[in-house]
Ligand binder design. Structure first.
Ligand code: G3I
Length: 349
């Protein structure tokens, strides 16, 4: 039954939004129209939910910790950790009507203290055990926001499907994953545990490797509930049929799906210095496709969609690639863009 659902979607002509609009004047809010969680991120370095929380709570019902819970923020020394950003995000989120938080990430090879990769293997393993235990314990510290789920491990694979030669892997092999998922498996099963990575929507070899890795973890007796498809895509690629095929594969293997870091670059080649109406409408069509695709996922496997940034000025892309871009659904002044309307249209189908 499940297979037919998505293939049917592939066959259907995707009735994108035909009229071209320059602004989205709908009074409707994404969080009220979606029947799954719609989330965003907020980088506390760039501001505070105290300042912008009202906007977040107006459109979204979940927050993901973009940078606040990465080890370069939480690890003070070998055995001292500060998870307070979780509590402050939860408090500010609750104050601004959010319902849930998604924890991103526990283990990543980037944004770690400079001294961490140089630890001897046995010290690194002891550090990781202690870190995961303290992190898990801290999540019970406050019930301000529901913890929907956790990116326990982020980006452990190469594009060819082999294991990334990160300092975690070089020290412990795949045991670093087993150790982490085993610790967080102690949490309430309502808190979903994810493996999160990029290009899973466009690289079938990497997606197969991610699914095999998660199956292997389950065979080790630990809990992995879902796959985070980051969905950092552009107005040009990948095709909706490639993305639908990837989603179908995950459905067939029985994993939940989180479109975990969705943004749609409208200037991937750096050709433009402003968002023309044509670019905005092409972007709107792509957001429509992605949200329609997500709608086709069986409800029990839907975890939600997270756009990776509250509004265009807070996207990671312009700083990272030193180019103009406007990849999100809220614009410079938090105004809903055409893409916002197309997400609403997709959800109301
Ligand atoms: O906190 C420092 C601040 O003290 C300093 O003054 C400032 C200027 O140098 O930098 C601040 O740190 C920046 C940090 O974001 C917080 O804003 C780092 O330079 C910057 O590199 C970092 O970028 C983040 C990036 O991950 C790091 O790789 C982006 O905000 C964040 O959106 C991005 O998110 C990742 C996901 O975690 C995993 N998937 C890919 C995604 C995009 O790279």
């Amino acid at each position: 039954m499940r297979k037919e659902l998505l293939i049917l979607f592939l066959l259907l002509p995707i009735a994108c939004q035909k009229e071209t609009i320059s602004v989205c004047d709908s009074e409707k809010k994404l969080r009220d129209v979606a029947d799954f969680r719609v989330g965003t991120t907020f980088d506390q370095f760039r501001g505070s939910l105290y300042l912008y929380g009202e906007v977040v709570g107006e459109h979204f019902n979940r927050i993901s910790s973009e940078n606040a819970l990465k080890m370069d923020r939480t690890v003070l020394s070998y055995s001292e950790f500060d998870f307070f950003p979780y509590a402050s995000l939860s408090r500010e989120g609750k104050f601004n009507k959010l319902q849930a938080i998604h924890i991103h990430p526990v283990i990543w090879h980037k944004q770690v203290p400079k001294w961490l990769p140089d630890l001897p293997a046995d010290s690194l393993e002891s550090f990781l055990k202690n870190y995961c235990t303290k992190f898990r314990e801290y999540l019970g510290y406050t019930d301000l926001l529901v913890v929907d789920g956790i990116d326990v491990v982020n980006e452990a694979l190469n594009e060819d499907g082999s294991m990334r030669q990160s300092f975690w892997y070089q020290a412990m092999g795949k045991d670093f994953l087993t150790l982490a998922y085993k610790e967080f498996s102690k949490l309430d099963p309502a808190i979903k545990l994810f493996y999160n990575d990029y290009n899973l929507e466009s690289n079938p070899v990497k997606l197969d490797a991610a699914l095999d890795l998660c199956d292997w973890l389950r065979e080790q007796g630990v809990r992995v509930d879902g796959i985070g498809m980051q969905m950092h895509i552009t107005i040009h690629e990948p095709s909706i049929s490639d993305m639908a095929a990837a989603v179908q594969k995950i459905i067939d293997r029985g994993y939940m799906i989180h479109f975990s870091e969705l943004d749609i670059s409208l200037n991937p080649y750096g050709k433009y210095d402003t968002a023309t109406p044509e670019l905005l409408n092409k972007q709107a069509e792509r957001y429509y496709e992605v949200f329609r695709l997500y709608q086709e996922i069986p409800k029990d496997l839907q975890y939600g969609i997270t756009v990776w940034g509250l509004a265009d000025p807070y996207s990671w892309i312009p700083d990272t690639y030193a180019r103009f871009d406007a990849p999100l659904i809220l614009g410079e002044s938090f105004e809903p863009k055409p893409a916002y309307c197309s997400c609403l249209n997709a959800l109301e189908k």
